[in-house]
Design a protein around this ligand. Structure first.
Ligand SMILES: [Zn+2]
Length: 360
């Protein structure tokens, strides 16, 4: 009996060892054959070690089908190569064989659906912009290919709709946006809109006839004026809330004086004036002479701390649609003001990215 058990055990052991040998042998054989197959395609030993290191086993067949292509090694050798995106690189590369490999990698890595757009360094650099919005990519490329400006400028310009032409489209301003409501040459307030919480600025805070602002904005303005005073800077409102009818008169007067085209550059059409929102103020002096004064410089550097932004900055005329107005400050709240100040963007650019994009 004991002998039979021993023989059976030995047999089981032999079978087990033989099976193990077969498994190990086959495994080795398979990986060897991939090496050989890659070699047959024309890849060097160095190429093969890169492929084996950077590509998951599931994709070996793709490479064999693909045949030899030096660009494959360039893609795999890039510091920004991401193994999970292997298929995407290959598909996009096959459509853009003459493109720069780095551009292909940047575009694929962006994660946006850009398969149908030709690879280019312009497209790659656009996707790296902080305020890039994928829905706008066709317009970015149109504008960028016909204007020699930076990707940041292209993104800001198109996000603001400026490429469509001022007053070319007309939307109702969304009052639900609260302090961030956009009023510009595309978004307008209704004829009968008057904010319900206007309060009057008095005393040292005001020297003008239009002295009303929405409560939160007025309180922030008074706080800012108090703070400025501690720095020996004297600020005061000269024009805040203006009604639709007031703007009708103002705009018509300007047209009579300078003509419509000129008036549109510095005055808003009725309904399109931010002054109707009750969230902005013209401070001290509506005049180009205000630029460079201590007051204008203090405002530019400090207003954001109180939730105000320089609404029509220098160099952004093509985005806002208005010439530089160093006196016009708009309340947006501290959080938005800080981003707008630090990222050097306009309310148009902020709105497109942080509000409009997310409401789709
Ligand atoms: Zn103004």
């Amino acid at each position: 009996m004991k002998k039979k058990v021993l023989i059976a055990s030995i047999l089981v052991l032999i079978i087990a060892l033989f099976s193990l040998f077969l498994i190990l042998y086959n495994g080795e054989n398979k990986s060897k054959s991939i090496d050989e197959m890659l070699k047959d395609e024309g890849y060097s030993d160095n190429d093969i070690s890169i492929i084996l290191k950077k590509v998951s086993k599931d994709n070996y067949n793709d490479i064999l089908e693909f045949g030899y292509d030096k660009s494959l090694i360039d893609i795999l050798s890039s510091d920004d190569y991401d193994e999970k995106l292997f298929d995407n690189y290959i598909l996009y590369y096959l459509k853009n064989k003459d493109a720069n490999i780095n551009d292909i990698i940047v575009i694929v890595n962006s994660g946006y659906d850009l398969y149908n757009y030709p690879a280019s360094s312009l497209l790659a650099s656009l996707t790296e912009e902080k305020y890039y919005i994928n829905d706008n990519v066709a317009r970015y490329l149109d504008y960028g290919n016909s204007h020699d400006v930076s990707p940041k400028k292209i993104v800001g310009f198109v996000n603001s709709k400026a490429d469509l032409g001022f007053y070319s489209e007309s939307y109702d301003s969304n009052l639900d946006d609260g302090n961030l409501v956009l009023v510009n040459k595309f978004y307008h307030l209704k004829e009968d809109y008057t904010p319900s919480d206007l309060i009057s600025l008095g005393g040292q805070y005001n020297k003008g006839g239009n002295n009303k602002m929405r409560k939160e904005a007025a309180e922030a303005l008074m706080k800012m004026i108090d703070a400025a005073k501690l720095d020996n800077i004297i600020l005061y409102n000269i024009s805040a809330f203006r009604s639709y009818d007031y703007q009708v008169n103002l705009y018509n007067r300007y047209i009579k004086r300078d003509g419509k085209e000129a008036a549109d550059k510095y005055s808003a059409r009725p309904g399109y004036s931010e002054h109707q929102s009750g969230l902005c103020t013209d401070l001290n002096e509506v005049s180009d002479a205000f630029e460079g004064t201590d007051e204008a410089i203090w405002l530019k550097n400090n207003a954001y701390k109180y939730g105000f932004i320089l609404r029509f900055p220098k160099g952004k005329e093509d985005i806002t649609g208005y010439k530089y107005e160093p006196w016009h400050y708009r309340y947006v709240g501290i959080e938005a003001a800080k981003i707008i100040y630090e990222d050097d963007i306009t309310l148009e650019e902020y709105y497109a990215y942080y509000i409009e994009k997310n409401s789709d």
